[in-house]
Design a protein around this ligand. Structure first.
Ligand code: ATP
Ligand code: MN
Length: 471
């Protein structure tokens, strides 16, 4: 056995008469007049492949093991199929059952399971239609992201996962420590091993100081851009989000490009090209998966995605957007006034109702944005941009970075952050500073957008959220 063989996705184009084997897991089995019809899936594509077992072709004792969830190899001949949905099928002459799945206990039975239930059997859900499709789209989108940057001369860099600086106050952090001593295994039903925190001086801890899981690779990425010009990170980030929303994970993947010699215009151009190209790539490569999402998960999905790919994004300043929202006559739950952080109801009104296309908002009040964003001359706003997409709201957040040493120091002081902790970051401005810009995109938010899945827990194989670290 070798990975180099014919996958299910290639079988639909196989020539009748070809002798071939079909490897996969049984989706369904139906028997009629001594003939068995078995749908086999190997996850290589959305569709499963029909295997027909003629009466007497395979001993009954073996065939009895072929039930939903069993792992099999059928050998046989490709024949023309009378079924409407596929041109060819396999007429089986041989069978090997690698692993049976007891129909009485197999948890992933045919249909109707809720996404909540499937999360509890996340180790099996990749075999189902929905999650196979989600994870194929995830793989294709990741590939598309790497291609997008590669074709534009961006270097793929890796920033640390463990950090000693609270990068930007982007979110509550997880502490990393070895100051633990083993405790007895918990009496808890799942018997998980536990550790007790020794009360120690942080200076006695592994790194000689408190250390955390990173909330963003941006500050490190900036240091590499200040020498390699165009770079990007694509890796895991961590935030101890307390609220359990359908849009927040404790562990999620972030894409963060950073460009020297680039201003906010250039940053917006990159963000727009990025979304169009990555979504377009998935549309091109995952047609069957997206058709399924369009049919079963989000009715307008393909229309909105096509729209994002084909229409120019509207660009507005925050101040213009606030004026539109104030003039809208809408009765928002959170009232609008200049200076507020826009809520998703406001963002969705802008994209879905007012403009009907993706919108990039720029020049936000400095109070609601991070310290490193470049100050405008008005003294009130900074060169920030958020890309808002129809149906979901913010999908990308970015900015031109403050490259002027004095301005940056003043902002760090204003934000009440310790200058000493940012000495290396300030060095970038002290020595050979350059205008630069970048953005951050939450990969799972993009996947929710592309698939129409409503809960972020359902676009990552194993979700980490407050109260959940199963599997
Ligand atoms: P939000 O307001 O939704 O919490 P944020 O302002 O904290 O987002 P940023 O700090 O700008 O987000 O992070 C960059 C991107 O990372 C966001 O645009 C979003 O796509 C994504 N993101 C942020 N927090 C999470 C999270 N907890 N889980 C998944 N994705 C996230
Ligand atoms: Mn947040």
């Amino acid at each position: 056995m070798d990975y180099r063989r014919t996958y299910v996705r290639d079988l639909f184009a196989a020539t009748p008469g070809t002798e071939i084997s079909v490897f996969g897991w049984v989706k369904t089995r139906r028997d009629s007049k001594g003939i068995s019809f078995v749908q086999v899936s190997d996850g290589s594509c959305f569709r499963d492949f029909q295997v027909v077992v003629p009466a007497g072709a395979i001993p009954d004792a073996e065939l009895a093991k072929v039930s939903t969830g069993a792992c099999v190899r059928f050998d046989g001949t490709i024949v023309e199929s009378p079924a409407a949905l596929q041109a060819v099928e396999l007429s089986a002459t041989g069978l090997e059952v690698f692993g049976e799945a007891d129909p009485q206990t197999y948890p992933l039975q045919k249909k109707g399971a809720s996404f909540e239930f499937l999360r509890e059997i996340a180790h099996l859900r990749a075999r189902g239609n929905t999650f196979g499709a989600v994870f194929r789209v995830r793989a294709q989108a990741a590939q598309a992201i790497n291609e997008f940057f590669h074709h534009r001369g961006f270097h793929y860099i890796h920033t640390p996962i463990i950090t000693a600086s609270d990068a930007e106050g982007a979110g509550a952090m997880f502490q990393v420590t070895t100051a633990l001593e083993a405790n007895a295994p918990l009496e808890a039903p799942d018997g998980h091993f536990s550790y007790r925190l020794k009360t120690v001086n942080p200076s006695d801890d592994f790194f000689g100081r408190p250390a955390y899981l990173t909330v963003s690779g941006q500050l490190n990425a900036e240091t590499l851009a200040m020498g390699m010009t165009n770079v990007y990170t694509f890796g895991p980030t961590f935030r101890a989000e307390n609220s359990s929303t359908s849009r927040h994970l404790a562990e999620f993947w972030m894409v963060e490009p950073e460009m020297a010699f680039c201003d906010l215009e250039g940053d917006m151009n990159l963000a727009e090209e990025f979304l169009k190209e990555v979504i377009g790539n998935v549309l091109d490569h995952c047609g069957d998966d997206l058709a399924f999402f369009n049919q079963r998960i989000e009715p307008q999905l393909l229309t909105t995605l096509d729209h994002v790919v084909n229409s120019p994004f509207e660009r507005l300043t925050y101040t213009e957007a606030v004026a539109m929202l104030e003039a809208s006559g809408e009765n928002f739950e959170f009232p609008v006034a200049w200076g507020i952080d826009l809520q998703s109801e406001h963002e969705r009104w802008l994209t879905d109702v007012k403009v009907g296309r993706p919108v990039i908002l720029t020049d936000y009040p400095k109070e609601i944005k991070a310290f490193y964003m470049r100050a405008n001359d008005d003294g009130r706003t900074v060169r920030a941009m958020d890309v808002l997409a129809p149906r979901i709201g913010e999908i990308i957040g970015g900015s031109q970075r403050e490259e002027r040493l004095g301005h940056l120091e003043a902002r760090i002081d204003e934000a009440g952050l310790p200058r000493a902790a940012y000495s290396w970051y300030l060095d970038l401005r002290r020595y050979g500073s350059a205008p630069h810009a970048g953005f951050g995109l939450g990969f799972e938010r993009l996947l929710m957008y592309i698939t129409g899945m409503k809960n972020i827990r359902d676009v990552i194989p194993y979700h980490r959220t407050s109260g959940n670290a199963e599997f």
